[in-house]
Design a protein around this ligand. Sequence first.
Ligand code: HEM
Length: 487
Amino acid sequence: MLREETAIPEKSLMNSVAPLAPSASSALLRAEGWRPPAPALRSNLAIGLRILFQRSPDLLQTLPRDCYTKDIITVPVGKRPVFIVNHPETIRRILTEDRANYPKSDLMVSALSPLLGDGVLISSGELWEHDRQMLEPAFMHMRLAHMFPDMREAVHDFVERLQLLEKDAVVDLESELTHVTADIMLRTIFSKPIGAARADAVFEAFSSFQKNSPQFQLQHVLASDPRKPALPSTELMRDASILRDLLAAMLDERLELNSQGKVFVDFAQAVVDARDAEGLPFSREKIIDQLAVFFLAGHETTASSLCWTFFMLSQQPHVLIKLRGEIRAVLGDRPFEFDDFKSLGFMRDVFRESLRLYPPAAFLTRHALHEDQFGRLKVPADSFIVISPWLIHRHHAYWPQADRFIPERFDVNAGAPVPGTYLPFGLGTRACTGATIAQLEASLILCEVLRRFSFVPLNASTVFPVSRVSVRPSEGIRCRVEKNNTV
Ligand code: HEM
């Protein structure tokens, strides 16, 4: 089904990236890590048969072995050329100096626009530049030190909820983590906690939105025509409007309070007060678009990465013991303080490894506006370009024991990854604005939960990743919550 292209043979290109330090890579090659759940690598033929005979296989199940070993893969069927790009230098070029030729793909935009409108995650070109400039003052509210008190309150409430559970209670891990991460974002955006009913509504609506989103169904990618964007389904519109209505109601409440002279200092207020160079504000719809971007990009991804981290720790007791040892050594009995995340080196390595194996944004997709050249390979205008953190993070040329969980590979002494091969937060001017927030948040949640509780999965043997808007466990992860006082 997929064809390998030896498109970038130039020695100079390949030599422009530094390999892993030899000592580190050979030590890792000897290490016996655990292989967390992921599709087995299969030949083109086996994948072709799966696509023919299995109805709507998940996209992660349709990537043959070549995608994990080659530089560039082309897909020789479908309405437009598709290029899967694994070559670090070409990835860098697409996402940085040539980004004007590679706006966000029409497929990504049409899948997410019912929810995010024209928000900055999916807009491109002049519109994106204009809106990002307008949002600049609002970013003050997304600074680490600014957000930390809200984060701590939300995590404190999360721990209290877990404390109140009956002995051996069973929870859905994703739903719990979505509750706490959505709570953090709503407190930052609107200075309000989320509340249990609203948290459940958000989780339900966004889970359903992800299921109904056609963005990452292979048939949809192959059948789509860039000149005729597909209309979103009624289900997708319904799920999106549940989430937008929630934000719209909170915004209208805020505007009403503003009209009574009440002043607020938070992200939502800064977006309401934002003005462009001509002194014009965002329209109400555009404010909702931007709030939706920050609310959704800011909580769903972090929840997904934490879910995989807790799952992998539950399956690897020796890593969990080492991590709890670090927490005890750094924090003792006191609460997590803002600066602590810098001292929790192993915690950082565990989270990085989790983002490597399960990058929430598995596929960053772009649209080639004009013809281009990848090495000797011609890239026609309108090509669909796929840069996949999922693939490049598991690429055999760049990661020893690529499919194994080995947090130590990120140890400072282990040598840095090849530039352009580790992209959980994207790259260049369109990279994630919340990368350090996510890392601080993850450290805080992992610390405060692990020192008091263990999540014991009841369906560990069937946990398996699927690619939706973020990478999720296909059937969720049901966990028994055990209270412990071991840290
Ligand atoms: C583990 C957590 C997170 C991951 C893995 C993640 C990943 C990403 C990635 C890969 C992109 C770039 C997408 C592309 O190039 O097509 C992105 C963009 C973005 N992220 Fe995140 N993100 C995370 C958390 C957050 C948080 C906590 C916030 C906000 C507080 C946030 C806000 C954004 C925004 C606003 C953009 C769009 C930037 C722009 O294009 O102007 N993200 N994220």
